[in-house]
Design a binder for this molecule. Structure first.
Ligand code: ATP
Ligand code: MG
Length: 401
């Protein structure tokens, strides 16, 4: 019996009826993969709880907990102390394992889950015993069943008993891979990494497409996107990143198209390129970080002109979000500091002085005819680079810089 385990509470996974088994399988596989490098664990599920048990004392439980906190499909998680299935031992374990927590509060209550129905005591008796023992050993405590400072949970299982305090909130969402595949258009900005994360949270496996225009955009700008994706991949799992060279196309737009429509034309070519790549990668939708009204290319009219070139659904999870809300999420997923590094993006080079905020599709289509878009697009799509982004250096168990 190991001294300590991590318990993960499953969210919507549990509600999916017949799909439940399949969802759980994906989730368990994900958890096992994410734990690589943190030690040897057995990962099993029972009644909406996943048990992450270290096989020996060398496991890095802090690292394992951190990894588990980023698995979509988990609504809550907690570390728990294991005790022999003997009521006295359970009491002692609760007092010892939760000592720091109990010293930091003035009220508590005990809850019990008794899944081993053969255990000779019933739940209310267990709660009474453990509660009484804790009151005796922590004289500053009193019981408050309505608003306790902490709830002490006792779980009586087949093999042993567990004690733990309240769970911490997990990443939520549904397991990545159960929602199909989509391609996210990723820049080095604040919004697109957050948009990618939002869709991964809904179970979508991500492929990332980045447009670069060297030498106008630098190697450092590209590397910034890689670092952003690595942060996203801590939640989303492995991400295939495809970088497309857009230099010639952008130069042609700059040199030949009507200036105030350049941005919307560029965005249409981005979407065309992205859709072709997405199809080849078996992705069924595109994702962007657009938010309504944020810039000229994100008005309803501009978005309509952009979407006119794509047959696939284009998801914009941030469309109704304020910048402040997006920033909050960027902090939460730790992409903020990278996003604000001042590198150029292909959308910010050659920007027209007065982009049209209400472009009309007919005129955009006309303006586009000034270049041989098809040939330029084809050339761009022949110059792609592929990288696989993983969250951790699994071999060494360390995070990559
Ligand atoms: P972000 O913060 O994501 O850069 P933004 O508010 O700066 O967004 P734009 O630069 O107009 O807005 O980009 C809108 C969306 O277009 C981005 O969220 C992203 O999905 C996509 N995009 C922009 N630049 C690129 C790029 N270089 N490669 C791939 N996609 C891009
Ligand atoms: Mg941007």
């Amino acid at each position: 019996m190991q001294k300590e385990v991590i318990l993960l509470k499953l969210g919507e996974v549990a509600l999916k009826g017949l799909n439940r088994r399949a969802f759980e399988d994906v989730l368990l596989k994900t958890i096992r993969r994410r734990l690589q490098g943190a030690g040897q664990f057995t990962v099993t599920s029972l009644q909406s709880t996943v048990y992450v048990e270290p096989k020996d004392d060398t496991a890095d439980m802090d690292l394992a907990e951190e990894r588990c906190s980023k698995v979509f499909g988990v609504v809550g998680y907690t570390r728990a102390g294991a005790a022999e299935k003997d009521l006295q031992k359970v009491c002692e374990k609760a007092a010892e394992y939760l000592k720091d927590t109990l010293e930091g509060v003035s009220t508590f209550k005990v809850e019990c889950k008794r899944s081993d129905k053969k255990f000779p005591y019933k739940s209310p008796e267990i709660c009474n015993e453990v509660g009484g023992y804790l009151l005796e050993h922590f004289p500053h405590l009193s019981v408050d069943v309505h608003h306790p400072g902490v709830t002490v949970w006792v779980e009586i299982r087949e093999a042993c008993a567990y004690v733990h305090a309240d769970s911490k909130p997990g990443a939520g969402g549904i397991p990545v891979g159960t929602g199909g595949k989509a391609a996210v258009l990723i820049s080095g900005g604040l919004d697109s990494p957050v948009a990618a994360w939002c869709m991964a949270k809904r179970g979508v496996e991500l492929t990332a497409i980045h447009f670069a225009s060297p030498p106008y955009t630098s190697e450092l700008a590209h590397e910034k996107v890689v670092r952003l994706l690595r942060k996203v991949s801590e939640y989303a799992g492995r991400i295939k990143m495809i970088t497309v060279n857009f230099t010639k196309l952008q130069e042609a737009i700059r040199d030949h198209c009507q200036e105030d429509l350049n941005t919307v034309i560029l965005r249409r070519f981005m979407l065309r390129a992205a859709e072709q790549i997405a199809k080849a990668e078996d992705c069924a939708a595109l994702i962007t970080g657009e938010s309504l009204g944020q810039v000229a290319s994100q008005t309803i009219q501009a978005i309509a002109c952009t979407d006119a070139v794509a047959a696939m659904p284009v998801f914009r999870p941030l469309i109704g979000s304020d910048k402040a809300e997006i920033v909050k999420l960027a902090y939460q997923i730790d992409t903020y500091d990278i996003s604000i590094e001042p590198y150029e993006d292909c959308c910010t080079i050659f920007t027209p002085k007065h982009p049209r905020t209400r472009p009309i599709l007919h005129f955009v289509e006309q303006a586009e005819k000034a270049i041989d878009g098809e040939a330029l697009l084809k050339e761009s799509l022949e110059q792609v680079e592929t990288l696989y982004i993983t969250p951790y250096d699994y071999a060494g168990g360390k995070e990559l810089k």
